[in-house]
Design a protein around this ligand. Sequence first.
Ligand code: PXG
Length: 462
Amino acid sequence: MNPVAHGTALDAEALAIDATAHGDPAHAPRLDAYWMPFTSNRRYKKSPKLIAKAEGIWFTTCDGRQVLDGLSGLWCCNAGHCHPRIVEAVRRQVGTLDYAPAFQVGCEDAFRLAERLVAMAPDGFGQVFYTNSGSEAVDTALKIAVAWHRARGDGQRFRLIGREKGYHGVGLGGISVGGIAANRKTFASLMIPGVDHLPHTLDRAAMAYSRGQPAWGAHLADDLERIVALHDASTIAAVIVEPMQGSAGVIVPPRGYLERLREICARHGILLIFDEVICGFGRLGENFGAQRFGVTPDLITFAKGVTSGVVPMGGVIVKREIHDAFMAGPEHLIELFHGYTYSGHPLAVAAAHAALDVYADEGLFAHARTLEPVLEAAVHALRGEPHVVDIRNIGVAAAVELQPIDGSPGLRALQVFEKAYELGALIRVSGDTIALAPPLVSAPHDVTLLVDLLRAALRTAG
Ligand code: PXG
């Protein structure tokens, strides 16, 4: 299949690939040994999609085609790919300090980064705990929440409340509070005890095709009162929600919903955790979803965009008063028995500093706010295309939901995904929902091109 013409956006020479390394059948790898994550391995291996290079918003495949990155990698490459400043920062770091232990030792830039992240968070936050992924960030936040209550003599607060359709990674804590059945059902015996779930907020009858925050649905937060009445507040440690649910397909919080959750948590002494792994670092046009929605949680989890996806990193930002409650007892004692070999890894720290510099110097979060109406108009123009039953958007994120094929849930969207890839756009599907979240460095015409490619795929798939 020929690449779609991309006008002058591409520097053909810069993207030229080495045919001796890629695309040459004599050098092609065997695919059997790699058990791929969240992939239909057998279908993939019959028709592999292999990427060789990336620059800006474009991937170059191993067969030499250009493919527009319609999901910022997996919601992480907010500054686009191979940004020269981030590449250079990592390159410099790896030759200077490749690794330093994180337990009882530290490197200066990790402290500087924590200070920057705290400054980006809403008022009242004081400290950062580093992890290597969003899943670890979530499990860390859940542990901090439970340990905080215990540190204050409130150790019977052990329950955690998540939400239906929530995605909080794949750790045992994250799948317990998560609400995507496919990620949970196989592992039911491993779930942590004492978890309950809020209802999700997606109701097509009430909010289909809404733009930004739906007007309907704030009352769904009141279900927390029912859960509190059932279990008693004195047993509940924390509520965890994504401000905007990303993985489930850009489910945008109804107006007033997060405010109400905040108020109910505060009234009952329950910590509110915002899982900002997708919402953070400009996806919603602000540092965090907390600022976008004007609601301040007690803990914020982050990952992905903190390094623009260049080196794995995640973490939890906590309110100062939460951190301070742990700082008691003899000074030689470890206050929190938790951490990772790679917490605050020097390469991740260097990538994060460079990514934050790029976000600030290129004004990418403000740019995201200018892309938002472009994406909104373009994606909602897909209404009426084959099989489309809902379209949702906020920030630089949008979802198009399709009517499933009878008896084969997920197949329709997978066919659209494969067709879009052939046509020159990498999109994301989950169930029969397609998600778009292009890099924040995209120009308006890149965003409309992405949607045009999706339209073509919808018209020609299956
Ligand atoms: N919390 C949230 C809100 C996430 O979106 C995680 C935690 C876990 O992060 P790690 O780094 O452990 O994967 C995520 C990850 C998708 C998609 O297409 C979403 C994620 C990851 C991969 C694909 O929806 N979110």
